[in-house]
Structures are given as C-alpha cells and as structure tokens.
Design a protein around this ligand. Structure first.
Ligand code: HEC
Ligand code: HEC
Length: 439
C-alpha cells in the first residue's frame, strides 16, 4: 500500500480510536523495531512538551519574585508545628521530588502515597483524587494536615509576619500583611468544619469575618508563591524527545537515539499495551481519572472512593478557582462548572505522568506496586478486585503479553528528562529576590 493510500486509515485511528496504532504494529517483517506511519504520526501527541499551561487564578504564577520566595517557603521547616517539616520533607529533590515511601510519615502516616511534584503543574487537577483545581489550592493543604505539617493558617502567616526578611519578601509581592501584633489575633486558629469542637476551630469562628478573610488572603498568597516555584520543576529534554523530534522531522541521523528494544516498547505503548489510552499527551497523562483495578492492601483504607470524594471537596473548597481568593474566577469556572459525579468515578485516581517515572518506588496512589514491572503486570493479569468501583472495561482490550514488559520498561527509561536546574533543588539564602543573583 502506498503512503497516500494509507492516510484515511491513519486519520481514523488517530482520531477515532483511543487505543491507537493497532494496525501493522509489527512494522516491516525484517525489522521488529521499525515504526509504521501511524506510529510515527502518533509521536506528535507526545512531542514537544509545551510550556506549563497558564494559571490565571494565580496572578503571580510566572513572576520571578514569587518563584524565588516560593522556593524559600517550599524548604522552610518553621512553617510546620514542630519546626521540622517542610514541603521538601516529602517532596525531596534527591528522591525525585517525592519520598520513596508507600505512605508519607512525618507526623503520622498519610492515607496515600506522595506523588512527585515534577510536571505536576501540567495537571488539570491536583492530588490523586483531584480535590484541588490549582497548585496554589493544593499548597494550602499540607500546612494544616495533622499528619503532614500539623500547623494552622494563623500560625503560618505569623511566622512570615515575625521574620523581617520573609515579611519584606511577602509585602513586596502582595502588599501589607495583617497586623498580627494586635492582640485580637489568636496565636493559633483554623477552620475545621468536620470537627467543630476543635479549639482551633472555635478560635477561628471567634474572629471577625474581615480578620478571617485577611488571614485567608495572606495564606492563599503564600500558597501562590509556592505554586509559582513548583511551575519550574519540569522534566523535559529526554532521549525520547530528541528521538521523536528526529522521527517527525524525517531526520534519519536521529533514528537510533533510543535502542531497538525501547522502540519496540513504544510500539506496545501505542499499540497492544493500550497505555496511550490513558497515558496520552506530552506528559504521558490524559490528566483524567481511571480505575485500574488494583485490589486491597492492608495499609490502605478500603473505603477510599478517590475521584468521587475529590469532586465533593473541590466544589466546597474556599481556595478553589471560583472562590474569593482566586485571581480569575471566570477562568476557575471553566473547570468547575463541568464537574459531574457519575457511578464510574468510584475508585478512580488520577493518571500520573510517566516522564521521570523511575523516581523512587513505590507506585500508584497507595504505593501498591514496588516496581514498574509490577505495575505493568497488573494491566496484563487483571486478577485483582478493587475495593471501590470496578476496573475500567477498556483494560480488557489489552492484548500485549509478558514479552512486551521489558521493551515497555526500556521505553519508559527513555522518558527520563535532563536534570533539573541545581539552583532549584535547595532554598535561596534570602527570601527576598535580588535580580543580580539570578543572572
Ligand atoms: C508528610 C508528607 C508531605 C508533606 C509535608 C507535603 N506533601 Fe505534598 N503530598 C503528599 C502526599 C501523601 C500527597 C498525595 C495526597 C493525596 O493525593 O491524597 C501529596 C500531594 C502533593 C501534590 C499533588 C501532585 C499531583 O500530581 O497531584 C503537590 C503538588 C504537593 N503535594 C506539593 C506539596 C507542597 C507545596 C507542600 C508544602 C506546602 C507539600 N506538598 C507538603 C505528602 C506531603
Ligand atoms: C485505563 C487507563 C490506563 C491505562 C490503559 C494504563 N494506565 Fe497506567 N495508570 C493509570 C492510572 C489511573 C494510574 C494510577 C492508578 C492508581 O494510583 O490507582 C496509573 C499508574 C501507572 C504507573 C505508576 C506511575 C506512578 O508514578 O505511580 C505506571 C508506571 C503506569 N501506569 C504505566 C502504564 C503502562 C506501561 C500502561 C500500558 C501497559 C498503562 N499504564 C496503561 C491509567 C492507565
């Protein structure tokens, strides 16, 4: 068949079938690693990785001052209840910006496994259940989580208020902080609607609404600076990117930038492995939620409904994109207005991106699998019963056999990006931005 004769088939596959290149997956008989035209065209959905998408709900998302201050805050342990925990405690740069544990355990075990923050800024929803619609909404949560940093928003804002350098950095960016020297502000307070008898909740509701609002505003701004920093933590320029570019540009000298085994893995990825059905797009995540049929584990809560709970939470969240602290509620509404709850969402979790996926094990939302090979075995075997909902029907269409596992793993290794700028892997000496230091 001529190249032109094949076109309609290719177009149909690319548009109509999420599973992708199911025809001619084996390429020419003499070379199992050769790609057919449809497999080459499908590279376009993974390459190039664009800039992180804008977040109009965060006015400082791309501000260098905010990135700098946010980096300081990300590594700052004083913002936790015992002065020992920072965001980096569980998103440690030398551990792939995660912690390598099934469940994080700073103050107490967390219900789920800590994902990496690498490329998290590309995600449409944050957390495994998507209970935040922006990274700044996400960054408000660990401070008050009793298992993570265990503090409260008044105490967090107070640390910044009482430190002259942090206070100056904040006020340069966002304007005056509330006057926390006034004794009308308690030392500790936070809302806790699930637990109204909590003394911290009592202290919170005893504050006048305008003071609560001022604290929330400052707290949200700290989270926005942290989100600005996180937007720089991106994995790009992998061997895969260079190979995909060469293949798409017809540059024959680039065909061997990845091994033949990895090329065979790519063919499984977009073909009989069906991986591309969910791990699609330039971060290798469709940014959506699925139930991949993983069974119970003794360390996990079997009543975890995942996405269902996530939707209920994000709608109510005061720090969501349509809330009083959003810098663009109209933009926020684009996401939130279309959220519906369906029975299918029971037990769904977010599709992780696969660039830099060999960050320390374990894998999946509860650290259910120790190796990437084990993750793939689950897709092939489908012999576990999830505690909530049911495995997606689509998984039954996977026809790849065990021989595909090693090539797939070899392919996933080609997605490892260039090292992240070392300057970003630790805090700046001073929270205030000095442009000369950044040249
Ligand atoms: C005690 C460990 C711990 C600390 C401290 C911690 N995190 Fe996390 N982080 C987690 C866990 C666990 C999850 C997943 C929770 C879930 O999805 O339910 C997570 C999820 C995230 C995500 C979501 C990524 C995605 O792809 O959805 C981001 C972003 C993040 N954390 C950033 C931060 C920031 C910023 C801080 C500091 C303000 C922080 N974390 C502090 C453990 C921690
Ligand atoms: C139906 C959608 C779907 C398909 C098909 C699919 N995945 Fe996934 N993948 C997911 C979701 C969702 C998760 C997270 C599940 C969870 O935590 O409960 C995940 C998790 C993973 C992880 C763990 C990543 C991490 O950081 O924890 C890897 C690796 C992975 N998938 C690779 C693959 C490969 C390779 C294939 C093809 C053989 C594939 N997936 C097919 C949706 C899918």
């Amino acid at each position: 068949m001529t190249f032109f004769g094949r076109l309609p088939v290719i177009a149909l596959l690319a548009v109509g079938c999420a599973g992708g290149a199911s025809d001619d997956t084996d390429g020419p008989a003499d070379d199992p690693a050769a790609l057919n035209e449809s497999e080459i065209r499908l590279l376009r959905q993974f390459w190039p990785l664009p800039a992180v998408p804008p977040d109009p709900t965060n006015a400082v998302a791309d501000d260098p001052w905010a990135q700098h201050f946010g980096r300081y805050l990300f590594f700052e342990t004083r913002l936790s209840t015992n002065g020992e925990v920072s965001c980096a405690s569980c998103h440690e740069p030398t551990l792939g910006w995660a912690d390598g544990l099934r469940q994080s355990d700073t103050l107490a075990p967390t219900p789920r496994h800590a994902p990496t923050i690498v490329n998290a800024s590309y995600q449409r929803w944050q957390f495994w259940d998507g209970r935040c619609d922006s990274q700044w909404c996400q960054a408000t949560k660990p401070f008050e989580d009793p298992r993570e940093m265990g503090s409260d928003r008044v105490a967090v804002v107070r640390v910044v208020y009482e430190d002259p350098a942090m206070r100056e950095a904040y006020e340069d960016l966002f304007g005056t902080l509330p006057d926390l020297s006034d004794p009308r502000f308690p030392d500790h307070a936070r809302p806790s609607h699930a637990n109204p008898d909590d003394p911290l909740h009592q202290a919170w509701i005893a504050m006048p609404p305008e003071d609560r609002d001022a604290i929330d505003h400052a707290f949200a701004n700290l989270a926005k600076a942290i989100a600005a920093f996180e937007r720089q933590i991106v994995s790009r320029d992998s061997a895969f990117d260079r190979w995909a570019e060469a293949m798409l540009m017809g540059d024959a000298s680039g065909t061997d930038l990845i091994s033949d085994e990895a090329k065979i893995g790519y063919k499984h990825f977009v073909g009989d492995g069906m991986c591309m059905a969910c791990h699609s797009g330039p971060t290798f995540s469709n940014l959506e939620f699925h139930n991949v049929g993983v069974g119970e584990r003794p360390w996990l809560d079997p009543t975890d409904t995942g996405r269902v709970q996530g939707i209920l939470s994000v709608r109510e969240d005061r720090f969501n994109g349509i809330g009083p602290h959003s810098d663009d509620p109209e933009f926020g509404a684009i996401k939130l207005d279309y959220l519906v709850i369906t029975p299918e969402q029971d037990g769904q979790f977010k599709t992780p991106g696969l660039r830099d996926v060999f960050h320390p094990p374990p894998y999946n939302h509860g650290g259910q699998f120790e190796t990437v090979e084990d993750v793939i075995h689950n897709y092939l075997d489908q012999d576990e019963t999830p505690p909530q909902g049911h495995a997606e029907e689509l998984l039954k269409l996977i026809t790849m056999d065990e021989d595909g596992i090693d090539p797939l793993v070899a392919f996933l290794h080609t997605l490892e990006g260039a090292p992240i700028d070392p300057e970003l892997t630790g805090p700046p000496a001073d929270p205030r931005y000095v442009p000369d230091d950044h040249q």
